[in-house]
Ligand binder design. Structure first.
Ligand code: ATP
Ligand code: MG
Ligand code: MG
Length: 589
C-alpha cells in the first residue's frame, strides 16, 4: 500500500509518550453503547485485556486497558446500553485501568477542530448527503483511472468545481471559524452544514475524501446531556481519544483497515502522538449474527425474548443460558487472533462448554417429557429388599469424578417418571430403551423395570402412562441400558431447550426467512429429582451472574432461568431451566 508518512511519530512525540507511560503498555476496549455486548466483543476484550499483552510479552504488572464508551452517536445510544456494557465487562472479569467516555472529551475535540480550521485543514461545508456521495463517486472514478495509468480528465471529467473539490473547500479561515461556532451555538438546522477535513481527493482511499468531523444533531446525549448540538464523527473522535489516553496499541477489526489512513492523518494534522493500529479479523460464528445492528432487529421485532434471550449470542444471553466467563474466555483463547476471515463452528463453543461444565456441574435426574410409571409390585419388592437389608434410598455423588462436590440421596417410589425418549411403543433390536413387554435397567436401583401395559396416550399416540413391575430376581434378563427416573416427590418444572437461532450457517440480509422456528422448545411439564430443592431456589438465582450448573443425567447441562420464582421452603412457585448445551454433539436432523 501507499506509505503513510504521517503515520510515523516524531522522535520528540515518542520521547514524550515514553515519559508519560514509562514501562506501561496500554490498550483500550472501546464499544459504542448502541446495543448489548456479544461474543465478538468478548473476543475483543480477551484480546485487549490479555492476549495482546501475551503476544507482546508485556509483564502482567505493566498491562493497562482502558474501557472506553465510544459514544459519539447519541441517536443510537442509551443509558440502558451504557449500564449493560459495564455489567457484562465486569461479569467477564476484566478490570479496566479506568472507564472513560469519548463524550467527556467533547470540549477538547471541539477545540482541536478549531485548531485545524486555523491551520486551514478543516472547513464548514454545505453539501448535502447526496452531493457528498456524488463527489465521492467522482473522486473514486478518477482514482481508478489514475491507478490504471489513464487520464482522469478523460475517464471521469469534473463537471463543476462545485462538486470536486467542492464549493466550500477554499473558503476563508475566518468564515469557517465563525460558521463552526454558529453550528455549535445552534444557529443552523440539522443537515445544513458539516465540518469537513481537508484531506486528499486524489487518494485511492475513499476514507481520505474530506471526511466529516462534525454534524449537527438536536439530540440529547445519554452521557453528556443537553450541552451539545454538534457531535464529532467516529473518525474525528477515535484516534484523538486514543492519543489523549496514551494508548500504545489501538486494536480494531479488519473492516477498519481503510480507516487507518484518516486515523493517522488526523493525528498528524493535530500534531498528536500516534498509537500503533492493529487490525484483527472479526469473530463470526455459524448459525448466528454478531452485529449489534442485526441483533437490535431481532429484539425490536420480538423474534426473541429480549437482549438476554438465551438464544442470543450476547454476553447477557449466554450468561442466562449458563455459559460462564471461564467458558467464554477459554473459547476466545482457543479461537485466537488472526487476520484471516474466521467463521467458527457453534459446536466449538458447545464443546468448550461441555468440557468446563462436566467438571463443575452437579448431577440430578430429570425427565423433560415425563411418562408416569406405576409400579404394581412395589410394596412386595421393597418388603423383600428391606428384609435382605437393602435400602431404597441411594447415596449419589454430586459429581462422579469429584468427591469434594458432596453427595445427595435419591429415593425410589411406587410411582416414577421416566423420560419419553426412553420409551417406544414399538421395540426394535437396535433400541435399548423401554417398550411394552420389555425390561430396562433402572439407574441406582440395581434391578429391572418391566413394562406390562400402556395405560394412557396423548392425542399423537405417544404413551403418557405405563404400568410396570420391578424385577430384582436373580435370573432376570441383563438389561442393555440403565435409564434415569424421577420419584413421585419430584419437582415440576419448565425446561427450555434451545437450538440455533438461524437455519442457515451464514445468515444473509433475508435473515427473517432464515430464522429457525424451532429455536426454543419448551417442555412445560418436566420434572426433576427433589434432591435439588434447596439448590434451585429463586433466592440463589442471581439475575446478572451465572447460576449454578446442573447436569441432568443422560440429558445435558442446565441452569435455573431468571424467570424462576420457586420457593423451596414452601415448595411452590415456578421453576424454569435453560438447557446450556446437550451432553453430546447433536446430529443435525
Ligand atoms: P457491531 O457491529 O456489533 O456493533 P462494532 O465493531 O460496531 O460491532 P463496537 O461496539 O464499536 O462494535 O465494538 C467495540 C470493539 O469490539 C471494537 O474494537 C470492535 O472492533 C470489537 N468487535 C466488535 N465486534 C467484533 C467481532 N465480531 N469480533 C471481534 N471483535 C469485535
Ligand atoms: Mg463501532
Ligand atoms: Mg456497529
Amino acid at each position: 500500500g501507499r506509505k503513510l508518512e504521517w503515520a510515523v511519530n516524531t522522535p520528540e512525540a515518542l520521547a514524550a509518550h515514553k515519559e508519560i507511560n514509562g514501562s506501561i503498555i496500554r490498550t483500550r476496549f472501546p464499544p459504542e453503547p448502541n446495543g448489548y455486548l456479544h461474543i465478538g466483543h468478548a473476543k475483543s476484550m480477551n484480546m485487549n485485556f490479555s492476549l495482546a499483552f501475551e503476544k507482546l510479552g508485556v509483564a502482567p504488572e505493566n498491562r493497562r486497558t482502558i474501557f472506553r464508551y465510544d459514544d459519539t452517536n447519541p441517536e443510537a445510544e442509551s443509558e440502558e446500553y451504557i449500564d449493560s456494557l459495564r455489567r457484562d465487562l465486569q461479569w467477564l472479569g476484566w478490570e479496566p485501568e479506568r472507564t472513560t467516555y469519548s463524550s467527556d472529551n467533547f470540549q477538547k475535540l471541539y477545540e482541536y477542530a478549531v485548531v485545524l480550521i486555523k491551520k486551514g485543514l478543516a472547513y464548514v461545508c454545505d453539501m448535502n448527503k447526496s452531493e457528498i456521495e456524488i463527489q465521492r463517486e467522482l473522486a473514486m472514478k478518477r482514482a481508478n483511472a489514475r491507478n490504471k495509468g489513464l487520464d482522469p480528465d478523460v475517464e471521469a471529467p469534473i463537471p463543476s468545481p462545485d462538486i470536486l473539490p467542492g464549493r466550500n473547500r477554499d473558503t476563508s479561515i475566518e468564515r469557517n471559524l465563525k460558521m463552526f461556532e454558529d453550528m455549535k451555538l445552534g444557529l443552523y438546522d440539522e443537515g445544513t452544514y458539516t465540518l469537513r477535513l481537508k484531506m486528499d481527493f486524489e487518494s485511492s482511499n475513499p476514507n481520505m475524501y474530506d471526511l466529516i468531523a462534525y454534524r449537527i444533531k438536536y439530540v440529547r446525549h445519554p452521557h453528556a446531556g443537553n450541552g451539545w448540538c454538534i457531535y464529532p464523527s467516529y473518525d474525528w473522535t477515535h484516534g484523538t481519544c486514543d492519543s489523549l489516553e496514551h494508548i500504545d496499541y489501538s486494536i480494531c477489526t479488519l473492516e477498519f483497515e481503510t480507516r487507518r489512513e484518516p486515523y493517522y492523518w488526523i493525528l498528524w494534522a493535530l500534531d498528536l502522538y500516534k498509537p500503533e493500529v492493529y487490525e484483527m479479523s472479526r469473530l463470526n460464528i455459524e448459525y448466528t449474527v454478531l452485529s449489534k445492528r442485526r441483533l437490535i432487529k431481532l429484539v425490536d421485532n420480538k423474534c426473541v425474548r429480549g437482549w438476554n434471550d438465551p438464544r442470543m449470542p450476547t454476553i447477557s444471553g449466554l450468561r442466562r443460558r449458563g455459559y460462564t466467563k471461564e467458558i467464554l474466555n477459554q473459547f476466545c483463547d482457543d479461537v485466537g487472533a488472526t487476520r484471516s476471515m474466521n467463521l467458527v463452528e457453534m459446536e466449538k463453543l458447545f464443546q468448550t462448554a461441555r468440557l468446563k461444565l462436566s467438571a463443575t456441574s452437579r448431577r440430578a435426574m430429570a425427565a423433560l417429557t415425563p411418562i408416569k410409571v406405576t409400579v404394581t409390585n412395589f410394596d412386595e419388592v421393597v418388603a423383600k429388599m428391606k428384609a435382605e437389608g437393602e435400602d431404597i434410598t441411594y447415596d449419589v455423588q454430586n459429581s462422579p469424578t469429584d468427591e469434594s462436590m458432596g453427595s445427595h440421596t435419591v429415593t425410589i417410589t411406587d410411582v416414577l417418571y421416566i423420560d419419553s425418549s426412553d420409551f417406544r411403543m414399538v421395540d426394535d433390536p437396535n433400541y435399548y430403551g423401554l417398550a411394552p413387554n420389555k425390561a430396562v435397567g433402572l439407574k441406582y436401583f440395581g434391578g429391572n423395570l418391566f413394562c406390562d401395559e400402556v395405560v394412557a396416550k396423548d392425542a399423537d399416540g405417544n404413551a403418557t402412562e405405563l404400568k410396570c413391575h420391578f424385577d430384582k430376581s436373580a435370573d432376570r434378563v441383563k438389561p442393555k441400558s440403565w435409564i434415569t427416573w424421577v420419584p413421585k416427590t419430584g419437582i415440576p418444572c419448565e425446561v427450555r431447550v434451545y437450538g440455533h437461532l438461524f437455519d442457515v450457517p451464514e445468515p444473509t440480509d433475508r435473515w427473517e426467512e432464515e430464522l429457525n422456528s424451532k429455536s426454543e422448545i419448551v417442555h412445560s411439564n418436566a420434572i426433576i429429582d427433589p434432591s435439588v430443592m434447596e439448590y434451585v431456589d429463586a433466592k440463589h438465582v442471581d439475575k446478572w451472574h451465572s447460576n449454578p450448573a446442573l447436569q441432568f443425567e443422560r440429558i445435558g447441562y442446565f441452569v435455573v432461568d431468571v424467570d424462576t420464582t420457586y420457593d423451596s421452603a414452601k415448595n411452590e412457585g415456578k421453576l424454569v431451566f435453560n438447557r446450556t448445551v446437550s451432553l453430546k454433539e447433536e446430529v443435525a436432523k
